[in-house]
Design a protein around this ligand. Structure first.
Ligand code: UN1
Length: 539
């Protein structure tokens, strides 16, 4: 089982899934026969063009608004049933969804499996939460008064999703808004429209009316137009901090507009603190997973490794050895540990930073040439001198339109030198001095982000100190820092990292609702004002 609790041997072996992915035609919405077999090496240009007929024209928000009253009037258990049926459909279509995820989002096979798993978990969890908590609650109050709190829909929500969890987060935000009684305009990232379109189709098949959930594809201009529309009753957004700010501004700027909630989940400059009592093997394994899995493209990923000075050199030697076993290559190959980054823009940004830091490299790993290319090696070369820094080979930068950023560990002179989130497989490393744990935490807090933090230590007192002082949403002690499990590890940050509430947690759904309280005096005029039904008064 990996850190998401996914059993990769469950039902299909990895290889079985891989061959299913390689041979299953990618779904073409409306395309006769499902179209051509994907060519994993051929890059995004080989993907079938999305069928324009699935794009809806006209006043989408107006359509959702018209569909809203009937949806919100449905009992919550009926809306929850739709989510349960959707989770079943996601499981039925698991291989197909994984295939789209591998080809479109460039996820590795284990990551694609975890993606579908997490989407299923979100649907089931929010369905259960809705049934349990989105019901009228009678609140205690003075005698003779009845106070009832109801959770109701707010109207049309906009959900805006990132490309790094193009199914799980796209659907997680969306089904939360739906089950809470809202209609939704769901905008996927422009890099990953196809998996979102498939998810929306499945949601419709599961019983969500077509106008209650409407897909709105497009880039930032489309997102901006949706958010600026005064008919939008709330926005759930996962992405960058600057974009979250733009959305907040847009929601607040128009003085004639009602005040509406924004739920934003953004980035992090996530640190892991390692002291001299930590178990080195465990540290190294968790560092590699946390920084390089998913090519570092998780907002939870480890960005800043803080090693206690006395143990740093030994740990770094072991880390270099562990990095050498990583297979960086084609995401459709089941052996691959680290796939490409999402696109050229991400590649250019990351590589420019990596190059700028060249003199501070601790260790780096080259991608394998892709199968079919000269050499096409499948096995890593752990024997290669781990200290030798390979000269970057410019011809390596793009392999079949896939953009590989070599996983790289970079030394910083001071932990204060990192204030930006580099969204890829680049790990920055700094040291701290024994006895300065509290100061170290304060320096991490001072960056202003507050998403994840890790601690490796066998001293309970240190764990307590970090827990008391770290201003992060998710603290991971003696384990990896990614793969938050829905329902067990509600996920989300504070400060520059987001607004809360935590996705996959018990307080998420109510934020999508209007909370309305009715207080009724049941005793006034000696009980004469007790409410009567129309029948009682012969109406
Ligand atoms: C994100 O990268 O946007 O902990 C969220 C994890 C995920 C959440 C990451 N479940 O890896």
């Amino acid at each position: 089982k990996n850190s998401e609790g996914v059993d990769l041997q469950d039902k299909d072996t990895l290889a079985g899934v891989a061959s299913a992915i390689a041979t299953s035609p990618l779904p073409l919405a409306g395309g006769a026969g499902g179209g051509k077999t994907p060519d994993p090496g051929a890059g995004s240009n080989a993907l079938p063009t999305p069928n324009p007929s699935r794009k809806r024209e006209g006043d989408l928000i107006g359509a959702a608004q018209s569909a809203y009253p009937a949806w919100t009037a449905r009992p919550v258990h009926e809306r929850a049933d739709c989510l349960d049926r959707l989770s079943d459909l996601l499981e039925t279509h698991r291989t197909e969804l994984m295939a789209i995820c591998v080809h479109e989002a460039r996820k590795t096979i284990p990551d694609a499996l975890a993606e579908v798993r997490e989407a299923v978990d979100f649907c089931r969890y929010y369905a259960d939460q809705a049934r349990a908590h989105l019901v009228p609650i009678e609140l205690p109050g003075p005698t003779g008064e009845r106070n009832v709190l109801r959770h109701e829909g707010r109207g049309v929500w906009a959900t805006i999703a990132p490309w790094n969890f193009p199914l799980a987060i796209f659907l997680g935000q969306t089904v939360a808004a739906l089950v809470a009684g809202n209609a939704v305009i769901a905008k996927p990232a422009p890099q990953t429209p196809r998996i979102a379109a498939r998810a929306v189709e499945l949601a419709h098949e599961a019983g969500v009316p077509r106008d209650v959930l409407i897909l709105a594809e497009g880039g930032p201009d489309v997102g901006a137009a949706i958010v600026a529309d005064p008919r939008i009753a709330g926005v759930a957004f996962t992405g960058s901090t600057p974009t979250a700010r733009k959305i907040a501004r847009s929601l607040l700027d128009d003085e004639s507009r009602p005040l509406v909630p924004l739920i934003a989940e953004t980035g992090g400059v996530n640190a892991m603190i390692v002291d001299s009592t930590a178990l080195p093997e465990q540290v190294v394994q968790d560092v590699v997973t946390s920084s390089f899995r998913s090519a570092g493209q998780r907002c939870s990923a480890l960005r800043l490794l803080l090693l206690q000075e006395d143990v740093a050199e030994g740990m770094l030697e072991m880390l270099a050895g562990a990095m050498d076993t990583l297979i960086v290559g084609d995401p459709a190959d089941p052996a691959t540990d680290v796939g490409p980054v999402i696109d050229q823009a991400a590649y250019d940004k990351l590589m420019a930073h990596r190059e700028k830091m060249r003199n501070s490299w601790i260790h780096t790993v080259s991608p394998l040439p892709l199968a079919g290319g000269a050499g096409g090696g499948k096995s890593p070369q752990p024997g290669a001198d781990s200290n030798a820094l390979p000269t970057p080979n410019p011809s390596r930068k793009r392999e079949g339109n896939m953009f590989f950023v070599p996983p790289t560990a970079i030394r910083l002179r001071s932990m204060d030198d990192l204030s930006t989130e580099w969204f890829g497989p680049l790990l920055h490393v700094a040291t701290w001095k024994a006895g300065e744990l509290e100061e170290t935490i304060a320096r991490v807090n001072a960056k202003g982000f507050g998403l994840t933090m890790g601690l490796h230590s066998r001293i309970a007192r240190s764990a307590e100190t970090v827990e008391a002082l770290a201003r992060v949403g998710n603290l991971y002690v003696n384990r990896s820092m990614i793969g938050a499990i829905v329902g067990s590890q509600p996920f989300g940050g504070e400060g520059f990292s987001g607004t809360g509430p935590k996705a996959g947690g018990p307080h998420y759904l109510p934020r999508f609702c209007a909370e309305r309280v009715t207080s009724t005096d049941t005793t006034s005029s000696g009980g004469n004002a007790t409410l009567l039904s129309l029948d009682d008064i012969g109406f």
